[in-house]
Design a binder for this molecule. Structure first.
Ligand SMILES: Cc1ncc(COP(=O)(O)O)c(C=O)c1O
Length: 385
């Protein structure tokens, strides 16, 4: 490494508050499916403006349960994108359903609503849009097509805690939700973290009831209800469920994280604006576009390298200069797990964005000087100055 400086790609914002909350939970003796999980669910629902929130083990299991609650089953089709983490199509396949990939918009890196209608068949059971990298999808466009065809929308909001979208003239946080349900991740690369963890938010009480039941082996009585009852409660298991529980240790950490949300989002947005400003004059660089209906959290800030620039070589020069960069996400249909059958539709924008997109460091503890150093290094590589 030619520089002593090291710029981390991302860094969770964890402090003594989270450590103390975890400690207190351990000492309380109630470490799973207890009062802290219930408290976190209430806090998270309030933070995003949803009437219900169920906490689960991670976003992958959240997506699985939300799809199951939407009635997705073997042979059904779910319209989604290939430019996402593998969890998105995997969750569809868990139910024996088929992910139908449609292309994305280059600027937002999100599902192109204009392509949904042509992908709808009699077997289409749901649309799973992904608010990729914290950038809200065009929910007005997506909901209009979905509404015309009576198809439920499940939002993969893994990266979008704290993001906002304008629908019908009203700004709302992602997760209100705007579709049937939204699923979030608390993995350390996300806006908030509890190590691992996930949530499903909805305004549908029946969906909330089902996912709560399924997350704990479809047990008819929750631990919290049994423990707080003065009457003996006998549980039954009337269908097949899963162990998708969040622990109270995770929930206690997550509650502290929710308190930090506004501050984290404000700082992420400030850093995102700084990048957009500093990088604007580099020829051929494809900056992310934040449309008038969206307020991103820049969970990942990716730039499309000018055509012909070798991304891996660029990443190596950046790393040699002490800067961690990443391929922001994957092209699922190019991975063996989802290569067959081949995609029904051509995905030229998806493939180009995947090839050119370079994720730059951005996290709320990043000093401005580090950001300026990243910009200067990228400029030196691309422009030789
Ligand atoms: C778009 C998207 N969906 C789903 C997931 C899965 O989240 P988790 O790791 O919490 O299961 C991720 C995680 O990277 C993601 O980026």
């Amino acid at each position: 490494m030619s520089e002593s400086r090291f710029v981390q790609f991302s860094k969770p914002m964890l402090g003594t508050e989270e450590a103390q909350a975890a400690y207190d939970t351990v000492m309380s003796g109630w470490v799973t499916q207890g009062p802290r999980v219930a408290g976190f669910e209430a806090d998270f629902a309030a933070a995003v403006g949803a009437s219900h929130c169920a906490a689960v083990s991670n976003c992958t299991t959240a997506l699985h349960l939300a799809l199951q609650a939407a009635g997705v089953g073997p042979g059904d089709e779910v319209i989604t994108v290939s430019y996402t983490f593998l969890a998105t199509p995997n969750s569809i396949c868990y139910l024996g359903a088929v992910p139908v990939f449609i292309d994305i918009e280059s600027g937002t890196r999100n599902m192109d609503p204009a392509l949904i209608e042509a992908a709808i068949t009699p077997r289409t059971k749901a649309i799973m849009c992904v608010h990729q990298f914290g950038m809200p999808c065009d929910m007005t466009g997506i909901l209009a097509v979905a509404g015309r065809h009576g198809i439920p929308v499940i939002e993969d909001a893994a990266c979008a805690i704290g993001s906002e979208v304008l629908v019908d003239g009203v700004w709302g946080r992602i997760g209100r939700p705007h579709g049937l349900a939204a699923c979030f991740s608390l993995h350390p690369r996300k806006v908030l973290t509890s190590g691992d963890g996930g949530t499903i938010t909805t305004n549908d009480p029946e969906l909330d009831r089902k996912v709560r039941m399924w997350r704990q082996h479809a047990m008819s009585v929750s631990d919290l209800a049994r423990n707080s009852s003065s009457q003996v409660m006998i549980e039954t298991f009337d269908e097949i469920g899963y162990n998708y529980r969040m622990t109270d240790i995770q929930a206690a950490v997550a509650r502290e994280q929710v308190k930090r949300l506004d501050g984290i989002v404000a700082e992420r947005r400030r850093l995102g604006r700084l990048y957009l400003d500093r990088l604007a004059d580099i020829p051929g660089l494809g900056l992310p576009v934040e449309p008038a209906y969206a307020r991103s959290t820049w969970q990942t800030f990716g730039v499309l390298l000018p055509a012909g620039v070798d991304r891996t070589a660029t990443m190596q020069v950046m790393l040699d200069a002490g800067i961690q960069t990443r391929r922001p996400t994957f092209c699922c249909h190019l991975e063996k797990a989802h290569a067959a059958p081949p995609p029904r539709f051509a995905l030229p924008v998806t493939e180009e964005v995947y090839r050119r997109n370079l994720g730059l460091p951005l996290h709320p503890q990043m000093p401005d000087a580090d950001l300026e150093y990243v910009v200067a290094t990228l400029r030196r590589i691309l422009q030789g100055v």
